[in-house]
Design a protein around this ligand. Structure first.
Ligand code: ZN
Ligand code: ZN
Ligand code: ZN
Ligand code: ZN
Length: 560
């Protein structure tokens, strides 16, 4: 069945499997296409930005994932989580003369939200969207990470720095999409390897440099084999601690990466999967960065399974089922629709935000351990069950039921949301499309060390550099949310010295955007295998990209 997207006006398909799912969870079919649904959902998600915002009780500025300019109120996380305040005191009767979203928006702007989404955090300042992390600094979107800094999207790594999309790595630096790698630097898409530098798509390999597509190999440089002694001499000769040498070698490695074919998707151990970065999943369609998904479609960033029978679901996971059009839902959640930030142990929530350990809620904000509430007002089970169908009927008439929260009352400006990374828009475009746009106050830095004055070699740098406010090489002249300056923290400095890695030249924001270039985007293209075997596939490698892209069987013949 074809239908036209209400938002972008393109036609999209609703398959009979899709229809069965919508029937199963009792929702009308969507009126937005999958991309517009993802963009709308992510326009409510701040993956990694940190702001200062006044706490609603005492006006003290605290760090928060919400900017000062946001119309919502925040409480310090501990107070928010306590019984010292009662979010049901904000409860409202449902008004059948008004649209639901209008009433929900008023509630959302009135009931304080937690400053952060953090759970079980030990000694980890400036971290957000994280659980069970310890001794971390600026680690965002992470679980079970320890002794690490400047990571975005990590799972269970230790002593890692400046990386994106890492999983169970140790002593890593500058990596993107690496799994179980030890002492690996500036590498991409590598797994179960150690001592790799500037490598891509290497598995079970160790002591390799600038190479791609290696399986169980040691002592390779730019895909050529060396003896152990030759290899070690070469690495010393490379003088990696020098920024100048490093930049040249990086360029050479990136060129070498383009000489070897890439598999059309990043995937392993799946039964029927489309999308990218999909692992150990079954019937996972149009998914991106998932593990343990079963019978799911349009799912992103769910790395802990099982996640069964979910559609249009972004972030988290861990034993969930029947999630639809929702964001940041996890730890035993079931039957959650049109909601964000529900964990742990939630069920039967619809149109809820920041509700924990609760069930049978509709249109609620910041409730903990509650049942049978609508717009934060407590009902008896009988009254709830009588009123709910009437509200859904009302919302069907107003055209609201079956759609996620509209982007225009998101508590976040578009630029600070995950939607911006996948669907970049400028101010005019964003406003035209109904997204929230305002500028947030940036901290001003007085630069004490110009970029050109950073000593070339890490060996020449002393500890005084920790005091300096260093100018970012991009000087704010890029589209990477450059903050213009940065500092080096002691653990990173020590690591770089010990491992002979030049100090970063970019501010953390610029570094993140540079790393995004090494991650494939979420968009799928229909392409043909470049080995002329006639196989076609859907891939996140756009047709105009320089990589050689192969189907699975042609690729498997190359990597041996
Ligand atoms: Zn659309
Ligand atoms: Zn910068
Ligand atoms: Zn930049
Ligand atoms: Zn092929």
């Amino acid at each position: 069945m074809y239908t036209t997207c209400q938002k972008c006006k393109i036609d999209f398909t609703i398959t009979s499997d899709d229809q069965n799912f919508y029937k199963k969870i009792n929702v009308p079919p969507p009126t937005f296409c999958p991309d517009c649904r993802l963009q709308r959902r992510l326009s409510w998600r701040n993956d990694w930005h940190l702001f200062r915002k006044k706490e609603a009780r005492n006006g003290q500025e605290i760090f928060s994932i919400f900017p000062e300019e946001s119309p919502i109120k925040i409480y310090d996380k501990e107070y928010w989580n306590s019984d010292e305040w009662d979010p049901t005191s904000y409860g409202k009767d449902f008004d059948f003369t008004r649209p639901f979203f209008e009433q929900f928006k008023e509630l959302l702007y009135a009931v304080p939200l937690p400053a952060h989404s953090l759970l079980n955090i030990v000694n980890s300042p400036y971290c957000s969207n994280a659980n069970d992390i310890k001794n971390c600094y600026l680690v965002r979107g992470a679980s079970f990470t320890e002794d690490s800094s400047y990571l975005i999207w990590d799972q269970a790594s230790k002593q890692c720095f400046d990386s994106h999309m890492t999983n169970t790595c140790e002593l890593g630096y500058g990596n993107v999409n690496t799994v179980k790698c030890y002492q690996t630097f500036f590498s991409v898409d590598c797994e179960s390897s150690s001592h790799l530098i500037l490598c891509k798509d290497c598995v079970g390999s160790n002591n390799c440099f600038g190479s791609i597509g290696l399986r169980n190999k040691s002592y390779y440089i730019f895909n050529e084999p060396y003896t152990k002694e030759q290899y070690e001499n070469k690495i010393t000769e490379f003088n990696l601690g020098s920024e100048k040498s490093f930049v040249e070698l990086k360029e050479k490695a990136y060129k070498n990466w383009l000489t070897f074919p890439q598999k059309y998707m990043h995937s392993r151990q799946n039964v029927v999967a489309t999308g990218d970065y999909i692992y150990e999943s079954k019937n996972a369609l149009d998914c991106y960065r998932v593990r343990g998904v079963e019978n799911g479609k349009f799912i992103q960033n769910v790395l802990i399974g099982p996640a069964k029978d979910c559609y249009d679901y972004s972030n988290y996971g861990d034993n969930v089922e029947l999630i639809y059009e929702s964001l940041v839902i996890g730890s035993g959640a079931s039957n959650i629709k049109f909601s964000t930030e529900a964990y742990p142990n939630t069920s039967d929530l619809t149109y809820c935000i920041y509700c924990n350990k609760s069930s049978n809620l509709f249109g609620c904000v910041s409730l903990r351990s509650k049942k049978y509430c609508i717009l934060n007002k407590q009902y008896t089970k009988e009254a709830y069950e009588e009123l709910l169908p009437k509200i859904i009927e009302h919302m069907k008439k107003t055209g609201e039921y079956g759609e996620f929260f509209p982007s225009d009352f998101s508590p976040l400006p578009y630029l600070a949301t995950a939607a911006y990374e996948f669907f970049p828009l400028n101010e005019n475009e964003a406003k035209q499309k109904g997204f929230v746009w305002y500028t947030t106050k940036n901290q001003e830095y007085a630069i004490t060390l110009l970029n050109k004055d950073i000593p070339d070699n890490i060996k020449e740098v002393g500890k005084d550099i920790l005091k300096e406010v260093i100018e970012c090489q991009h000087q704010g002249n890029c589209k990477q949310e450059c903050v213009g300056a940065f500092k080096i923290i002691e653990s990173e400095f020590d690591f770089c010295q010990r491992m002979n890695i030049p100090l970063p030249r970019l501010c953390p924001n610029c570094r993140h955007y540079e790393q995004l270039e090494l991650r494939n985007p979420i968009k799928l293209y229909k392409r043909e295998c470049m080995n002329s075997c006639g196989n076609t596939f859907e891939t996140t490698y756009a047709p105009d990209r320089p990589e050689i892209v192969y189907c699975e069987s042609c690729y498997n013949q190359e990597v041996v």
